[in-house]
Every structure is written in C-alpha cells, then in structure tokens.
Design a protein around this ligand. Structure first.
Ligand SMILES: *Cc1c(COP(=O)(O)O)cnc(C)c1O
Length: 420
C-alpha cells in the first residue's frame, strides 16, 4: 500500500498532483509520502506488538534528516553503518540508547565517537574488531555492549550483491568462531557481549530464509546457555522485500506469523532493522522527458534523471515501474527509458510499454524511496536532485537541489598551477 495514485489521468502523492511539484521544484525530483513512510513503520510495529521489539530503521536506505526524524518521532530506533550515519542519527534526535551500529570496517575514530555517544550496542563483525572495540573502550574507561553478528550461512534467494548471510560473504562470524569468542569473553573486559545479530540480505520476499537463520541462531543460543553463557538480545536484521514488479512479498503480518513463535521461544529482547520495507515504496523519482530518439532497432525515451540519481537498475539490473504523471495519451508503445549519462548502464526501464511520450512530459520512477537518493552521486558533474516530503496537501523541500558551486566547493587548484 502506498499513497501514490492516479485520480483521473493525473498522478498524485497524497493530496498533491505530482506534476505541480515537478513544475514548482524542477526535475529530477524525489517525492516522498509522509503517510506511506509512517504507515509502513506502524504496520511492522503492529505485527510484532506482542513482543514489543525495538525497531531500528536502517539509515542507509534513506538517510535524509526529515525521513529519520519522522520515524524517530513515532518511536523508531536507528541502525547505522558509519560515523556519518551516527552524526545524522543524533542530529535527527534519535536517543543514543536506540542506536545499533553494524559494519565490517569500523575505524578507531568511528568506534570512539559511538562509545562517547553511548549507543545501545555495536554489532561486531570480526575478532579483530572486538579486540579493537575492547581496547578503545578500555582507553575511554568504559564498558560497552556488543552483539556478535552471526553469518548463519543461509541462501536468502535475492540478488548476489545484496546477499549477506552466506559463508562466502564478508559479513558476520560463523557459529564456531562466535562460540569461541563468547567462551573467551573475559579476555575483553571492556565489552559486554550481550546479543547476537543476523542480517542475511536485502529484498528477501519469503520467510523461509529467515526461519532457517533464526532457527540456527536460536539453537546456538540454547547451546550457549548450557555452557553458562546468557544473552539478552537477538537482532534479526532487516531485508524484508517490497513490490517492485510482480513480487508477492510477505506482508508484515504474515512475516510476523511465521517468525514470532521462534522469537518468543528464544526469550530474548528482539531488534529489527528494516530499511527498504519502510522507505522503499514511500518515494518516487520524478523525471522529465528530454528527447524521444528513434533508432533502427529501438525507441529511447531520454529523461533528465540518470544513474547518478538512482543506480539500482545499473547496479543490480533492478526493475522499477515507470509511470506517466499524466496518462491521458492513449496508445502504448514499447521503449527504453534512459538517462543522459555516458554509460550504457544508465537506464531505468527496458522494452517497457508506455503511453506515447513527448518532450516535456513527466514520468515517475516508482519505489525509489530506498537506496535511491542515498546511493546517488555527482557522476558526470550532475547536481544531486532535490527531495520533497508530502504531507496531505503540503509539500516541503527536505533537501535543496545542489548548485554548480556545490560541485567544486571542496576542490582547490594548487598554487603551482595558478598562472595561466
Ligand atoms: C542494510 C542493512 C539493513 C537494512 O536492509 P533492508 O534490506 O533495507 O531492510 C539492516 N541491517 C543491516 C546490518 C544492514 O546492513
């Protein structure tokens, strides 16, 4: 469910005609629906209400401060993966005790910042990192909490680039080594190993991989208990899939029905880290048709957004629905929707049936709320898009379009090059 719909021939976000936003703010433009965003968070919270988990929205999916604040305001915690995300999380007003921090490559500086900020815990991804956190916490005279990120070696049935819980992936620690770490926990007096974390991948549409990973992990918790090792938290990560095309992903309710019995049995406090599930369908990328190009083999609709704005098709051959903001024109035609960038990977849709488009028409690239703007870049010296949040009949710019000056602001021409 989302709040992007046609009323007559016009495409709306909540109560606003998106074409008006395109004219007013220019394109490419990210448009987010506040109600959709919040609704997805509440659906998940409601489905799991019987165990009252801490739901830490994954900041990397969409890290705009307004998005973070909207979720923090209704009780979300945040899942971070860098010092920059910690900065954003705190700036958005997230209580530090609701922040969890994963990443295979946390630097000393990032670890220190997180310790000083008093986050809830680190999700530790290697023995070397555990030693490092222990050393830094010792230096700061602190005892910090950590969960061991387990690599449960399950197949999540998703794109290979977003699979993270197979033993050949760089993430997490296998059960055997995790067991060793826990047995040796007294060697790390400044870290309290109080939980386990799993995050097996992204855009997972079935519950089986979760059930498999959680079952393995809970069996491990049981074995640890027998050895006198008691844990407090189980963080089951994120990864819940959404509808981009023909997927039939599990609803929050059905997902909960499958895994709640397992989670209850564990007796542990549960943490969830959804990103895409919350933000994915809460945003679209609006773009303007620049040219129509007919070649002997194909018709190209060349638009003003590019892979620098939304890289998912180029990176994962991801499918995104593309819809006209005004669907009054009749006959459908088959076309590729492509951007202006000098790469053949710069496309949004291939061989797609769309109403006949002309220059100046607008299109919405759907389901662009997660891993859209947050993965955008300045490639081809393109200014990053503006972002707008819609609340019913109000639209507020939550990130201004970048300027040309922004592009070169951090650059310097060295003195020895100054004479021309
Ligand atoms: C990216 C990430 C998530 C969120 O993944 P989604 O597929 O967007 O739900 C959660 N936890 C960790 C550790 C991550 O790296």
């Amino acid at each position: 469910m989302h709040e992007f719909k046609y009323k007559g021939n016009q495409f709306y976000c909540e109560k606003i005609k998106i074409e008006e936003l395109a004219v007013r703010f220019g394109t490419p433009l990210y448009v987010y629906s506040y109600h959709t965003l919040v609704d997805h968070f509440l659906k998940l919270r409601n489905a799991f209400r019987s165990i009252k988990p801490l739901i830490c929205y994954s900041v990397k999916a969409n890290s705009n401060l307004a998005i973070l604040r909207a979720l923090v305001n209704i009780g979300a915690g945040l899942d971070i993966v860098s010092g920059g995300e910690l900065y954003r999380a705190l700036k958005a007003g997230c209580p530090p005790q609701k922040i969890v921090y994963a990443s295979v490559g946390k630097t000393d500086k990032e670890i220190e910042e997180a310790i000083r900020s008093k986050i809830l815990f680190f999700n530790v991804e290697s023995a070397a990192e555990l030693e490092n956190i222990n050393r830094i916490a010792g230096r700061l005279n602190r005892v910090v909490q950590a969960a061991i990120r387990i690599n449960p070696d399950v197949e999540p049935k998703t794109h290979k680039y977003i699979t993270t819980g197979k033993i050949t992936n760089k993430f997490g620690i296998d059960f055997k080594n995790a067991g060793q770490m826990l047995l040796l926990r007294r060697a790390f007096p400044n870290v309290r190993l109080s939980g386990l974390h799993i995050h097996i991948g992204s855009q997972i549409t079935e519950s089986e991989p979760y059930v498999a990973a959680i079952n393995k992990t809970i069996a491990f918790v049981g074995a640890l208990r027998k050895k006198g090792i008691k844990l407090e938290y189980l963080n089951i990560g994120g990864g819940l899939g959404i509808i981009y095309n023909q997927e039939t992903p599990q609803t929050a309710e059905r997902f909960a029905a499958k895994i709640l019995p397992l989670l209850r049995k564990s007796g542990l406090k549960i943490i969830l880290e959804p990103g895409r599930f919350i933000a994915g369908n809460a945003g679209v990328l609006v773009t303007r048709v620049q040219y129509i190009k007919n070649t002997p083999k194909k018709k190209f609709i060349i638009v003003d957004a590019g892979m620098n704005d939304l890289i998912r098709p180029a990176l994962y051959e991801a499918y995104h629905q593309v819809l006209p903001l005004n669907k009054s024109r009749g006959a459908l035609e088959c076309a590729d929707v492509v951007g202006p960038i000098c790469e053949s990977g710069d496309f949004f849709a291939k061989e797609r049936k769309l109403p006949k488009m002309k220059e100046g028409d607008y299109l919405a690239v759907m389901s662009a709320g997660a891993y859209g703007f947050s993965m955008s870049s300045n490639y081809n010296s393109r200014r990053r898009a503006a972002e707008v949040m819609v609340l019913e009949d109000r639209a507020i710019v939550i990130r201004k379009r970048e300027t040309y000056e922004d592009l070169t602001e951090k650059e310097t021409i060295p003195p020895f090059l100054s004479s021309i």
